[in-house]
Design a protein. Structure first.
Length: 72
């Protein structure tokens, strides 16, 4: 079975990639070195992380809009 990883459309470089697995877990790997083991998250763990991202929990007072403008 081939796992189909995706990376953010905001990324113009190597970064992390995610893939849903058949058992419901989410796999996260470093796209720069795919030979390394991936991290696996339960659906609940992944949902909590995504919810935190959506409300800015991990912004660390950075100017996200300015960083995205520079990245493009």
């Amino acid at each position: 079975m081939k796992i189909l990883y995706r990376k953010s459309s905001f990324s113009k470089m190597e970064c992390v990639e995610v893939a849903p697995l058949p058992d419901g877990t989410i796999s996260l790997r470093d796209s720069k070195d795919t030979s390394r083991a991936a991290h696996a998250f339960t659906p609940g763990e992944w949902a909590a992380f995504v919810a935190g991202v959506k409300v800015g929990e991990f912004d660390f007072d950075l100017d996200i809009d300015a960083l995205l403008a520079r990245a493009h």
